[in-house]
Design a protein around this ligand. Structure first.
Ligand code: S3P
Length: 459
């Protein structure tokens, strides 16, 4: 068999085929200005809603990570025309609400829980049958939380044992509107029901006792859907009127605060650092890590606050500062749920103890992020205590941690990136056994780390 062509020498190391084990060395200091890729949650929604609008929508700043590309492929398989111009603008010709077509085969969702759960909602009220498959991580994640409400709207869903992937959704058209109180604080479940409601006659309601990220509500309103949000003593009540007609939009996707998180922590813990992360989305339903880091004493300034695509955005200047352990307020959990692995790393360098509890949802992310981060930090010489709903971490008081470990990233991008950051201030380098999952949400992460002064070697 002929050998594949050698990768071009100028390709960032994390994108070179075959190099998956990354070793991160201690950095003297981190300095510079960077821009992180587009927001993953907003990118998924931009593709899905554009695919349901009649006419051409344009999306600028779309995250071109594997998870979002899985959504694009699925929307194409269901009839949308989606192209990327050389100007990096994505153009989407939608099929109209109610117009999704039967895909020819199963749709492969890779590692992406958001694609899977939101698309299950869309399919539930269309007259099509779709089989969803995914990688080992996604196939272990619970889907019952979306199956239950979508089944009560009339979808017929056959799942693998334990309510897992592969699963098949046979949509019902017309579906039945429901009023559904979320039993878990999950924007994916909320969004699945709202998206099912788009093609359902009447009003579909979601009651959200604990507020979660509201990108779906904002974007549905932007596309012209009739959607109302009421703050009540039961929580937020979101009502969507079905059989909607969506109008094509031009969307500018802000930078992902969940990707900025790694650099916010890195610059806070590596002595002498001064980093600006430009264009970071600061929707209050996503900004919990900023609050938590500030409670710990981080020095983070918001520069040039502005609005991008209907979302608040700023450039964040982060300078090294001594951090102090805190008890992380439980009510921050929904607004920083994806940032706990990065927060645990910040806590490992703080003075004293950090107690982060009330985050049991971490157990069902791309990995069990409580158990996996405990194992990773322990292997790097950090003392931690595991709780059912979080971790207690004894910090180093700003000193480097021991490091010198090979970390199992377990198909979880955020474990890989968090532990890479831990390696920046460790006595011995930290190796990530498989850094390839980083490409699901943050292609170019390691190259950006190197532009700030980090050193990464690949094997
Ligand atoms: C997301 C919601 C969250 C988050 C995920 C993205 C979304 O999941 O962890 O990365 O885009 O709606 P849950 O709904 O499971 O909390």
């Amino acid at each position: 068999m002929p050998h594949p062509p050698a990768p071009p020498a100028n390709l960032p190391a994390d994108q070179r085929h075959g190099a998956h084990e990354a070793t991160v060395h201690a950095a003297a200091t981190l300095r510079g200005r960077i821009r992180v890729p587009g927001d993953k949650s907003i990118s998924h929604r931009a593709l899905m809603l554009s695919a349901l609008a009649v006419g051409e929508s344009r999306v600028e700043g779309l995250l071109e990570g594997e998870d979002v590309l899985a959504t694009a492929a699925a929307m194409r398989a269901m009839g949308a025309t989606i192209t990327r111009g050389e100007d990096a603008i994505w153009r989407i010709h939608g099929v109209g609400v109610g117009g999704l077509l039967q895909p020819a085969g199963a749709v492969e969702m890779g590692n992406s829980g958001t694609s899977t759960r939101l698309l299950m909602g869309l399919v539930a009220s269309h007259p099509i049958t779709v089989t969803f498959t995914g990688d080992a991580s996604l196939s272990g994640r619970p889907m019952k939380r979306v199956i239950d409400p979508l089944a009560s709207m009339g979808a017929d869903i056959t799942a693998s044992p334990g309510g897992r992937l592969p699963l098949m959704v046979r949509g019902l058209c017309p579906a039945v509107p429901i009023s559904y109180e979320l039993p878990v604080a999950s924007a994916q479940v909320k969004s699945a029901v709202l998206l099912a409601g788009l093609n359902t006659p009447g009003v579909t309601r979601v009651i959200e006792p604990v507020a979660t990220r509201d990108h779906s509500e904002r974007m549905l309103a932007g596309f012209g859907a009739t959607i109302e949000v009421e703050a009540t003593n039961r929580g937020r009540i979101i009502s969507i009127t079905g059989e909607a007609e969506l109008r094509p939009q031009t969307i500018v996707v802000p930078g992902d605060p969940s990707s900025a998180a790694f650099f916010m922590v890195a610059a806070s813990v590596v002595p002498g650092s001064d980093v600006v992360v430009e264009n970071v989305g600061l929707n209050p339903t996503r900004a919990g890590l900023l609050t938590a880091l500030r409670l710990m004493g981080a020095d983070i300034t918001e520069l040039d606050p502005r609005s991008v695509g209907g979302e608040p955005v700023a450039d964040l200047r982060v300078r090294h500062a001594p951090l102090t352990g805190i008890e992380v307020p439980h009510d921050l959990a929904p607004s920083m749920i994806d940032e706990y692995p990065a927060l645990f790393v910040a806590a490992a360098f703080a003075g004293g103890r950090t107690i982060a509890r009330g985050a049991d949802e971490l157990r069902v992310k791309e990995s069990d992020r409580i158990a996996v981060m405990k194992a990773a930090l322990d292997a790097c010489g950090v003392t931690t205590t595991e709780h059912p709903d979080g971790l207690t971490i004894e910090g180093s008081g700003g000193e480097p941690i021991a490091g010198g470990a090979r970390i199992a990233s377990r198909l979880d991008h955020r474990i890989a990136m968090s532990m890479a950051i831990a390696g920046l201030h460790a006595r011995s380098p930290v190796t990530i056994d498989d850094a390839s999952p980083v490409a699901t949400s943050f292609p170019g992460f390691f190259a950006l780390l190197e532009t700030l002064g980090g050193t990464v070697s690949w094997t």
